[in-house]
Structure formats: structure tokens, C-alpha cells
Design a protein around this ligand. Structure first.
Ligand SMILES: [Zn+2]
Length: 499
């Protein structure tokens, strides 16, 4: 793991909070450490004779945090909470709000008490791939010990929040020595700590590097792409893909954008002879399941997946759960297509795909090391319930979330394109001028250059559209040839009313 600390850059940050944001961004920029809102960091600062814990607030991403994304809480108000026997997240939330020195600050991280109890000024927490590959094995603790020696203490899996803080407190008070520089959280991630920004950050990098070196020394690092590379999906298969998006959307109860990645690793993983076993054991860390669901769907049978997912809900949901996740898959593995991901927007579909690509590496390496092991389904579902719900929020906010629009002569209809994007749609902008490709840079936009009256060019354009977004729901054109070419896809739209 590359150490990105840069003395020149660091010297530009005039106070500890700015430095805290800087090293947090160094961690967050590396997806093999943490992805999409996972992980958190903190620093303890002296202000007016008291210690203030600045901990990353909920809702921000380490990759982009700035000073204002940290929540200042009085350490003396939150640290004693560890003495309690149990606390719900709601109760913790009340205490955190009272402990904030700035009521306008973001809601403190669910791991605030964990940061508070560690007697170090600087604390980092990530879900590093390499650490998960070592820890998520049948004899995980033995491998963790072999990889890290006495540099870490080991905490068995607990739900994030008070339970985890309590377990960490027990283990830390009992087992820590002068050599302890971090803490491995089984099936979850790792913490590192130190007395300076640099020391704490570099300890995280050093620990992750040790995990990587251990995997290498055990012959479990290189992932052989030993399966034949695939044919690209043919254009005839585009209608099958669009039908799959319709079925997945119907299972979810709302439209989803669906994206196909036929990269070599996804194809190789989808063709593993042990796919049915390996891919169905569960996620590498519970946070991933919020984007990917507990397990991917294999093949194309949505009804079988939803039936199995409903059984998982029935067997594992807590009695008083207010909201359960829908039963539609977010990841599909298909030996011919590779990796398909679904999300409420193209960005979320991309996030699910990226997280799953990291999962494939973690699972492959853990399986090569010994045997990949995940959490009991009940613990995964608890995290899905706890951190889910963002899709509903998006749908409340964006009336066209999950839908795909194709706008013909997009450069002449830029206001329409912008309006559809603002309403949450994924937009394909078609134009004979190649400038359309650069009309918008966000993942929700796909600019395609082509002549609507050229059948070959249109077939290629529609194929790219289906690969990128899964289909078409809305068509904006006055060209009858294009309308006719799009009709079979529009027939498969999940928002089309039955006729
Ligand atoms: Zn975590």
C-alpha cells in the first residue's frame, strides 16, 4: 500500500484539524482502503481547557472531507458513556447532540465512542481489502496474528456503534502493549492510531502493507485470470439485458439503472468453477451489503433470487424492524456477461459494481489463503437495515430516479437534457456532432455520436445505451426511424404501463 504522505503538502496545513482532513483524504482516495462513505477518522484537540474530539460526521466521504465535515464533541461528555451496559443508536444520538460544541455541525459518526475511548490523539479506521482478505477466513484470527504479530489487538465481530465500542474497550484495556499500533475488527476492518497525523496515517499504511505481504508470502495475492476471455455480449442480447432490468426493477418495486461491466476480472470470477459456493457466503464487510445486497444473483432467474432473499428476510429480520430492504438483486454475475450492477442512479450502480470488484479480489485471496468466510446472515441484514433507505430518499427527491431517457439531437435540446438530469434520470444524448460526448461529465450522462438514419450506427448506439444504463424508458425525438428502432426497448421499460 503506497504511503502518500507528502511533507510539502502537509506543511501547507496550518492546524491539526486541516491536517486531519488531509490524511483522511489520503486514506479515502485509495479504494482498496475504503469506499463510498465507509471508514472514519478523528483527532483530539485542546480548546479552552477541555479536550474536543473531532470525529468524521455521518454522510461525508473520506475521499473528499474538509474541516467542516468533522463533528466537534466534548470528550468528557462522550467517553464516560462506555461505562454503560448497553445503548441504542438513538440514545447515543441524543448524547452526541448534547456533546456537540457546534449545533450546526454534522451528526457525529456512529463510531464516536470508539474514537473517544482510544487514548491516542489521532485515530484512523478503514475497511482495507487486504486486511479483510486475511481476516475473513475460516481461521481468521490465526492468520491475523501471523500477519501482524503483536502490532494489533483483535476484536471479534460486533455491530457498529455501542456494541463494537464496548468490545474494543474490553480488548484494548486487557491486551494492549507498548507495541500495539492498531486493532483488527474481524469481518469489518482495521484501526490504527498514533500521536501525530503522520504517525497515525503511516501506521495504517504499514499495517495494510503487512497484510498484503502476508497474502503474497502465502501465495494468495495474485488472482489468476485463468478462464477464457469472453465474447462481448451480442446486440441480440440487448433485449435480454433490458428484460432483466425490467424484472429486477419490478422486484424492487421501482425502476433501477443497470450497468454491465465485461472486464476480464468480472468474467473470470463469474466463470469460477466454485462460484456457487464462494459468491454466496456473504459480503467482506457489512457496509458493502448496503450497495450490493448480501449476495449476488447468479445467472438470470430473478424470481429464484427474490424468493431466496425473502426467506433470508423472514429468517433473519429483527421483530421490530420498521423497514426491510426490497428483494431485488443489486449485483448479477453471469458467465457470459460478467458483472451487472443495479442502482437508483448510474452513480449508485457504478458504486455497487466497484465495491463488488473489490469483493471479488478479497474473496479470491481469502479463498487462496485458506477458505473465505463471511458473517452470519443475521448480522449482514442488521447492517442492510441500519444503513439502507437512501434509495427511498433519492426517489422522494428526484422524480425520475432510476429512469433512463434518450434525447435525440441533444445539442439542440440541451435544456431538456439538463432538466432530465436534474430530475434524477440517466440521460443518453444522441447527436451527429461528436461534441455531444462532452456535453456533461457526470456518470448519469452518456453522449453518443451517430446518425439516426444509419441502421448500423443506431444499433451500435442502442447497444452502448443498454450496456451503460440497462434500457430506455423515455424517448425524445421526432425522427420516426429512431422511434421505430427504440420501440423494442421501450416495450421492455419497467415504467411502461401494461396495455
Ligand atoms: Zn467500519
Amino acid at each position: 500500500m503506497k504511503n502518500l504522505w507528502n511533507d510539502g503538502e502537509a506543511a501547507g496545513f496550518k492546524n491539526d484539524l486541516a491536517l486531519r482532513a488531509y490524511t483522511s483524504r489520503l486514506l479515502g482516495g485509495e479504494k482498496a482502503l475504503v469506499m463510498y462513505g465507509g471508514g472514519n477518522t478523528s483527532v483530539k484537540l485542546q480548546e479552552n481547557d477541555e479536550t474536543i474530539l473531532y470525529v468524521k460526521g455521518s454522510g461525508s466521504d473520506l475521499a473528499h472531507v474538509t474541516e467542516k465535515d468533522f463533528s466537534p464533541v466534548r470528550l468528557a461528555a462522550v467517553r464516560p458513556l462506555i461505562q454503560r451496559d448497553a445503548m441504542s443508536n438513538a440514545e447515543m444520538g441524543v448524547h452526541f447532540r448534547v456533546a456537540l460544541t457546534n449545533p450546526q455541525a454534522p451528526r457525529p459518526s456512529i463510531e464516536t465512542i470508539l474514537h473517544a475511548i482510544l487514548p491516542f490523539k489521532w485515530v484512523e479506521h478503514t475497511h482495507a481489502d487486504a486486511v479483510l482478505a486475511v481476516a475473513n477466513t475460516d481461521h481468521g484470527e490465526r492468520h491475523v496474528r501471523a500477519a501482524f504479530g503483536d502490532a494489533v489487538v483483535i476484536v471479534s465481530y460486533r455491530h457498529s456503534g455501542f456494541e463494537l465500542a464496548k468490545a474494543c474497550h474490553d480488548v484494548f484495556s486487557r491486551e494492549t502493549t507498548a507495541k500495539t499500533i492498531g486493532m483488527v475488527l474481524m469481518h469489518h476492518g482495521i484501526l490504527a492510531f498514533g500521536s501525530s497525523a503522520r504517525e497515525s496515517y503511516e501506521r495504517m499504511i504499514a499495517l495494510v502493507t503487512r497484510a498484503e505481504d502476508y497474502l503474497k508470502s502465502c501465495g494468495a495475492w495474485d488472482i489468476p485470470l485463468r478462464f477464457p476471455s469472453a465474447q462481448a455480449a451480442s446486440s441480440q442480447e440487448m433485449l435480454t439485458l433490458a428484460a432483466l432490468r425490467r424484472d429486477i426493477s419490478h422486484a424492487a418495486g421501482f425502476p433501477l439503472v443497470m450497468t454491465l461491466s465485461s472486464d476480464l476480472m468480472s468474467l473470470a470470477y463469474s466463470r469460477r468453477p466454485d462460484l456457487e459456493s464462494l459468491s454466496q457466503r456473504g459480503p467482506a464487510t457489512p457496509q458493502h451489503a448496503v450497495f450490493t445486497k448480501r449476495v449476488p444473483m447468479l445467472g438470470r432467474d430473478v424470481a429464484a433470487f427474490t424468493a431466496a432473499y425473502r426467506r433470508y428476510l423472514a429468517e433473519n429480520a429483527p421483530q421490530r424492524a420498521e423497514r426491510l430492504p426490497d428483494a431485488a438483486p443489486r449485483i448479477v454475475l453471469d458467465p457470459e456477461w460478467g458483472l451487472i450492477s443495479a442502482g437508483i442512479t448510474a452513480s449508485y450502480a457504478d458504486a455497487a459494481a466497484e465495491i463488488y470488484r473489490h469483493s471479488m479480489k478479497i474473496q479470491s485471496r481469502a479463498e487462496a489463503l485458506e477458505a473465505y468466510a463471511s458473517l452470519p446472515p443475521r448480522d449482514v441484514l442488521a447492517a442492510e437495515i441500519e444503513y439502507g433507505g437512501f434509495e427511498q430518499t433519492m426517489r422522494n427527491q428526484y422524480v425520475l430516479a432510476g429512469q433512463v431517457a434518450l434525447v435525440d439531437r441533444a445539442l439542440n435540446h440541451q435544456a431538456k437534457v439538463a432538466e432530465l438530469l436534474a430530475k434524477g434520470a440517466a440521460v443518453i444524448g444522441l447527436d451527429s456532432d461528436p461534441a455531444v460526448k462532452a456535453l456533461h461529465t457526470q456518470p448519469e450522462f452518456l453522449g453518443l455520436c451517430g446518425d439516426p438514419d444509419d441502421p448500423a450506427e443506431m444499433e451500435a448506439a442502442l447497444e452502448q445505451s443498454v450496456r451503460r444504463f440497462g434500457g430506455i424508458d423515455l424517448l425524445i425525438t421526432d425522427n420516426p426511424t429512431l422511434a421505430a428502432a427504440c420501440e423494442p426497448l421501450l416495450q421492455l421499460s419497467p415504467v411502461r404501463k401494461p396495455q
